[in-house]
Write a protein that binds this ligand. Structure first.
Ligand SMILES: Nc1ncnc2c1ncn2[C@@H]1O[C@H](COP(=O)(O)OP(=O)(O)OP(=O)(O)O)[C@@H](O)[C@H]1O
Ligand SMILES: [Mg+2]
Length: 236
């Protein structure tokens, strides 16, 4: 397997002197290409911070982030933004769709800085077919259900043909059936060669991934990687 990402002693500290928060504390991690990885841990443990750093949306305070053996922390902003645009697809918990645009316009949003071509429109339509929204391209997203909105967000994350898909609680706002279909959709993408990292609180997502041949789980606590906790995740 090819190594896609390596984190070396990565820490992220927020705040000023007396009120600092160590969101990540010396993380060492290797992620192979094509894997499906779930990241679990309590609220505030650093999961979103980790995802943001992997997607170059944020920089570590110290340590190295290597993607394809390139230390992305040392890249100039122009190259970083190129990395984000060309290699990373981000799926957010609360979709972040633009409510006044229709479905296909939302899928095309990441392309706007480059200028949208007819080829892009065809591609967006194809992605909508894949996520099961082929007949909703012209619907305003404010009229969609939560599950449909998340499908639009998945299509949008794929429009740049990213190698790496980062999903921050993609099922957090969905009922259990809809959540399952989104996770299955994401797993299908990983099976077609993409690397998938899913932050989740949902033990069903973790068990689905854990039973997959490409699956792997990461646990994080107080900004550090930890062993799988012994407490029952299904209980309060
Ligand atoms: N921009 C920020 N400024 C200051 N502190 C922050 C910032 N972002 C996150 N933090 C803090 O860093 C810690 C880790 O936050 P993070 O969002 O990574 O947690 P999380 O594991 O994603 O939690 P949740 O499950 O609630 O989404 C928390 O204590 C949080 O308050
Ligand atoms: Mg979070």
């Amino acid at each position: 397997m090819i190594q896609l990402i390596t984190l070396k002693n990565v820490s992220k500290i927020y705040g000023e002197e007396r009120t600092t928060i160590k969101a990540l504390d010396g993380i060492n991690l290797e992620i192979e290409e094509g894997k499906i990885i779930t990241v679990m841990g309590p609220s505030g443990s650093g999961k979103s911070t980790l995802l943001n750093i992997l997607g170059a949306m944020d920089k570590p305070t110290s340590g190295e982030v290597l993607v394809n053996n390139i230390e992305i922390g040392s890249l100039p902003e122009r190259k970083l933004s190129n990395y984000r645009k060309s290699q990373v697809g981000f799926i957010f918990q609360n979709f972040y769709l633009l409510p006044n645009l229709n479905v296909i316009e939302n899928v095309l949003v990441p392309i706007v800085p480059f200028g949208i071509s007819e080829k892009d429109r065809i591609k967006a339509q194809e992605l909508l077919e894949i996520v099961g929204l082929g007949d909703r391209a012209n619907t305003k997203v404010s009229k969609l259900s939560g599950g449909e909105s998340q499908r639009v967000a998945v299509a949008r994350a794929l429009i740049n043909e990213p190698k790496l898909i980062l999903a921050d609680e993609p099922t957090g706002n969905l009922d259990s059936e809809t959540g399952k279909s989104i996770v299955e959709l994401l797993i299908n993408l990983a099976e077609s060669g993409k690397t998938l990292i899913i932050v989740t609180h949902d033990p069903r997502v973790v068990s689905l991934v854990a039973n997959h041949p490409l699956g792997e789980s990461i646990w994080i606590k107080d900004g550090k990687l930890s062993d799988q906790p012994t407490y029952d995740l299904n209980c309060w």
